[in-house]
Design a protein around this ligand. Structure first.
Ligand SMILES: [Zn+2]
Ligand SMILES: [Zn+2]
Length: 432
């Protein structure tokens, strides 16, 4: 079963859609890679607008490493000046420094763990970061303005058990180029019995779905915060409040298929290798678009045949379908029923007034909870997906700003509008 899965991965590695990992390209071995899972940034439809490059991409595939690079907690002790302590100065030694006061810090040394692989995520492009993640702008990102980032340069680390590959654990904060993590005086920290632990400034929030992500029966679970030591807490009163949440002992930091990870500025979706095995591939999704196009959907006004683009095309083409967001009727480009003052249009089919938007296929397979025809679209962006996929995401709360939550389209991160936030598409097709 495992070799089956690995073969599929190898077959798809020649794609140029951003699904291949930089690690795969560096590999000189012919052995099939063991895939742990994928981290996918919410808000991208298969690739970054400027193209996937190296460690900056819309998703990152975690493969078993040739040599383990995991670390685990070993001894800890109090020092007067952490900056000059041996563990901090030694750039081969992983350590976490918890500053208690100006002249007191607890240093926890970490030692090599041959049973685990470590992957680090953050805004920094320094070497120890495997997956470089920048703040996500909602919408089409054509005018991507640089904003003040809230994502930590070394935001989080994931450790995967090399033997039990479904056990991927997440921890707040990542080791820097000197293999250190510094928690300053102001960071929230505490000492239970002997172990010291803490939270990062904006924190790492996780949400395990209730029920299975695959199949569409899963529901949005509760958002929790994950500590530097990997324990799970209820949310703080506000994102970077001093007081930590209440420990949640019956939940863990082990990622499940569909777990969301919020880094304050970008939200990542974890898909396990097993979950992806049961999900549609990009090719499956492209076939579904072809099937709709084969039905030759028509514009009831222009009577021209509409073609759903398989790729996002810049600029409008003559066969581009549009959807009326209040009724779901799909039509071509025309000026009928336009209200010049509001920009809204009256649908020629049902006379309903409402906004009109370009229809575009949601082509990132990781966001799909099931396979099937893309008969629904998100409101207001017009990204198409299956009924269950659209309904799942419309009910998932994504952290927004420092204190709010909102449902968004996973393909472009646009906040959903209206209730329920999506529309069933009505094509005029298969006429002959
Ligand atoms: Zn209509
Ligand atoms: Zn969208």
């Amino acid at each position: 079963m495992m070799s089956d899965l690995s073969n599929r991965i190898l077959c798809s590695s020649s794609n140029t859609d951003g699904t291949e990992s930089p690690i795969l390209a560096e590999s000189d071995s012919d052995k099939p890679k063991v895939k742990y899972g994928e981290l996918v940034i919410l808000g991208y439809n298969g690739f970054l607008p400027q193209g996937d490059r190296g460690r900056r991409r819309s998703k990152f595939v975690l493969y078993k490493r040739t040599d383990p690079n995991g670390v685990k907690r070993s001894k800890h002790y109090i020092v007067q000046s952490p900056q000059t302590s041996q563990a901090i100065l030694d750039t081969k030694q992983h350590s976490i420094s918890y500053t208690l006061s100006r002249n007191q810090a607890v240093i926890v040394e970490y030692k090599e763990d041959p049973n685990q692989d470590m992957f680090q995520v953050g805004r920094s492009s320094e070497n120890p970061i495997d997956f470089v993640v920048m703040d996500t702008q909602p919408g089409d990102k054509k005018d991507n303005k640089a904003t003040q980032s809230t994502i930590s340069r070394f935001a989080c680390r994931i450790l995967v058990d090399r033997a039990e590959t479904s056990k991927a654990r997440i921890y707040a904060a990542g080791f820097d180029s000197s293999r250190n993590i510094f928690l300053g005086e102001k960071a929230t920290k505490w000492q239970d019995n002997v172990e010291i632990d803490g939270l990062t400034t904006n924190g790492v929030l996780i949400m395990h779905p209730e029920g299975q992500f695959c199949g569409g029966s899963g529901k949005c679970g509760l958002w929790r915060e994950c500590s530097v030591g990997g324990d799970v807490f209820s949310l703080r009163e506000s994102r970077s409040a001093q007081q930590k949440g209440i420990p949640v002992f019956n939940e863990s930091n082990i990622l499940q298929d569909g777990t969301l990870i919020d880094l304050c500025g970008a939200t990542l979706l974890w898909r396990s290798a097993e979950g992806l095995h049961n999900s549609p591939t990009k090719r499956d999704l492209e076939k579904l678009v072809d099937e709709i196009n084969a039905g030759r959907p028509q514009c009831p006004v222009g009577l021209n045949t509409l073609v759903i683009p398989r790729k996002v095309t810049l600029g409008e083409h003559v066969n581009q379908p549009y959807v009326y967001l209040n009724c779901g009727h799909v039509q071509g480009h025309h000026d009928w029923g336009q209200d010049k003052s509001t920009g809204a249009r009256r649908c020629p089919m049902c006379l309903e007034m409402g906004p009109v938007v370009t229809l575009c296929m949601g082509i990132e397979p990781a966001f799909y909870v099931d396979s099937g025809p893309p008969t629904y679209a998100f409101n207001p962006c017009g990204h198409m997906a299956t009924e269950k996929t659209v309904k799942y995401w419309a009910n998932v709360d994504i952290p927004h700003g420092t204190n709010g939550f909102q449902a968004v389209c996973p393909f472009c991160a646009t906040p959903l509008e209206g209730n329920p936030g999506y529309i069933k598409l009505i094509f005029q097709d298969n006429l002959d």
